[in-house]
Design a protein around this ligand. Structure first.
Ligand code: PTJ
Length: 250
């Protein structure tokens, strides 16, 4: 049997190929930039090496991230084109579960993409989407890319910012502003991964649904402060040791 995208449903990588189709569809709809397709391919290569599943180091980071989001006074989820195309419903569910605002923040910012991404998020249940048009009126200091444009009600004043699938400069700039940054990146060596407070080394399509589940479990926990105490450097080392072992054992 072939799926709608002409992918045999018994293909060993059917799930991953269907996710790729979702991204291509996002590209056709104007959510994703061509560079986003390339970035996804880089992620897929890391995912292949990691083994295509959520490992223990990612589970630990997901738990710490859920606790950090739940403890935050002003948490914000930053959404780019790739994330909006892949799993807008889960982003909205996460925002509702932890009480976070959702803000569009794009490296390749255009008015058309901002609106298309906000629209998809609203169709997925978001009551409000920050960072669109003239609302992105504040600036992150020392950052030159379009990502510097933020909403004064959102990322500018947030204490915890979740940046799934990101490029490095902004994470460094947000840390300098004293914010807790949660990154989600399949590359444990990226500048984003190293600069973040908590890095989840996993695929966004697996990790965000798990983050929602973890946040629902921890919502009523009285122990969040202990869980949020997280050594990012040590956890990234575990991810790298896993990658090295996988390559050795091939
Ligand atoms: O939508 P825009 O305009 O904000 O642009 C988004 C992209 C992704 C094009 C932009 O942020 C970019 O160029 O990013 P980079 O510098 O290529 O970094 C993307 C990082 O995400 C890389 O380290 C990839 O390994 C990682 N990555 C790609 N796909 C996934 C991923 N990490 C987790 N899950 C994925 N599915």
């Amino acid at each position: 049997m072939l799926t709608s995208a002409n992918i045999p449903d018994n293909h060993p990588r059917a799930k991953s190929l269907l996710e790729r189709e979702r991204l291509v569809e996002g590209f056709r709809k104007g959510l994703v930039v061509p560079e986003g397709l390339i970035a996804y391919g880089r992620g897929e290569a890391f995912d292949y090496i990691i083994g295509g599943r959520t490992e223990g180091f990612a589970q630990k980071a997901i738990r710490a991230a859920a606790a950090a989001l739940l403890m935050a006074k002003k948490p914000v989820i930053s959404v780019n084109g790739n994330v909006a195309a892949l799993l807008p419903e889960k982003v909205v569910e996460l925002a509702k579960t932890v009480g976070a605002a959702i803000e569009v923040n794009l490296f390749y910012r255009t008015a058309e993409r901002e609106s298309a991404i906000a629209e998809v998020l609203k169709e997925s249940g978001a009551a409000e989407v920050l960072g669109v048009g003239k609302n992105a009126s504040a600036r992150i200091p020392e950052l030159m890319s379009e990502r510097r444009k933020v909403d004064p009600r959102g990322i500018l004043v947030a204490d915890v910012v979740f940046v799934p699938l990101e490029d490095g400069d902004r994470t460094e700039a947000l840390r300098k502003m004293g914010k807790t940054v949660i990154a989600l990146d399949l590359n444990p060596m990226s500048r984003t991964s190293i600069a973040a407070s908590i890095t989840i080394v996993d695929n966004v399509v697996r990790a965000i649904p798990l983050l929602v589940e973890e946040a629902k479990k921890l919502r009523h926990s009285g122990n969040l402060r202990n869980i949020v105490d997280f050594d990012n450097e040590k956890n990234l080392q575990e991810a790298m040791i896993h990658v090295a072992r996988r390559l050795e054992n091939v």
